[in-house]
Design a protein around this ligand. Structure first.
Ligand code: LMR
Length: 336
């Protein structure tokens, strides 16, 4: 019999049932886990935070972006596997780290002495070659959304690195790129692939002697505290492709995708707009810290580096594909 007490109990239960059911139908946000390996206070770290802010705003809270910096969730190689498995939805790996995915053409960005500054770089990232590379990710279950800048690399060690001879026999940490391996070998060094999260300790304990990175990465990982010398060689570039799990991305409601596309476009402008300054600031901070002696290459020294490093292009042309490499040269207006 439905007396007043029973009615109140039933009504209460119905309210609880409704209130627990509602969020999963109407209010639960779509979660995007964005994992990366660098500090929050870097061009990539700040770009990720900007994307979070804009994505949540432009989707009216239908999306929540959780940013996991500093290899908190996954290290380099693991994060790519996690993306393919759907354990995370978004990453921005360095362009040097796509080889293990089977898209080694991205390693063209690692070719030493290729770009003459950021304007050159844009001709690739914003041109046909950049698009072509992102399209190569689709069969891997990955969608490429954008290119984010970091900067041009400097070389560091615990001994001066003025001429190529100074690298002879040094163990140099590299990212997982065959082109970077060839680059270090051309210098007479012994390349050692290692996850980013392990570099500081490897430098500190002498497992490796030196490394290469843009100043922002070097400074935010405190590598300058364990490297007595660095050379402002700017011999190569380090940047990122922002990528998402394709099944996840394709399955998003159209209005949500639209908001996220807009957020990505603006976050990309932001990240690429701050990268140079962030690196300049990091370099200045390391100079002020005084633990590392920085060397600027003279014109003659740079010519010597060029002579030693440029042949890596020809040596590694097959890895990139001769046609693709020619497209790069054509876009840059270089002759070889
Ligand atoms: C490195 O491993 O040196 C870089 O790729 C780290 C990063 O993501 O900038």
């Amino acid at each position: 019999m439905l007396n007043r007490r029973n009615f109140a109990r039933l009504a209460g239960a119905a309210i609880i049932a409704l209130s627990t059911a509602l969020p999963s139908f109407a209010q639960d946000p779509i979660v995007i886990k964005f994992s990366h390996v660098v500090a929050s206070d870097t061009p990539k770290g700040k770009g990720a935070e900007k994307f979070k802010e804009l994505a949540e705003q432009y989707t009216d809270g239908k999306v929540r972006v959780e940013v996991y910096p500093n290899s908190q969730l996954y290290k380099d190689k693991e994060e790519l596997e996690a993306l393919q498995l759907g354990a995370v939805q978004m990453l921005a790996p360095s362009l040097a780290k796509f080889g293990p995915l089977g898209v080694q053409q991205f390693e063209l960005f690692d070719l030493p002495m290729l770009f003459n500054g950021r304007e050159d770089l844009r001709k690739i990232t914003e041109g046909d070659v950049g698009r072509e590379l992102l399209d190569m990710l689709e069969p891997k279950g990955i969608t490429g959304l954008a290119y984010w800048d970091n900067g041009f690399k400097i070389m560091s060690a615990n001994s001066p690195l003025v001429t190529p001879d100074d690298f002879l026999g040094l163990k140099m940490r590299i990212q997982s790129s065959k082109i970077l391996e060839a680059q270090m070998q051309a210098l007479g060094a012994v390349p050692q692939v290692m996850a980013f999260s392990e570099v500081y300790q490897a430098l500190q304990t002498g497992v490796v002697d030196g490394t290469e990175n843009p100043p922002s990465n070097m400074y935010t990982q405190r590598m300058n505290e364990v490297q007595s010398h660095a050379t402002l060689s700017q011999h190569g570039y380090l940047g990122y492709a922002v990528i998402v799990n394709k099944a996840f991305w394709d399955g998003l409601p159209a209005d949500v995708r639209e908001g996220l596309d807009r957020a990505m476009t603006e976050a990309t402008e932001y990240a690429n707009g701050i990268a140079e300054d962030e690196n300049d600031r990091a370099l200045q901070a390391m100079m002020d810290a005084g633990t590392t002696e920085f060397h600027e290459l003279t014109e003659e020294e740079r010519a010597e580096w060029y002579e030693t490093l440029r042949p890596v292009h020809e040596e590694m042309a097959d890895r990139i594909g001769a046609d693709l490499l020619q497209k790069v040269y054509d876009a840059l207006g270089t002759t070889n």
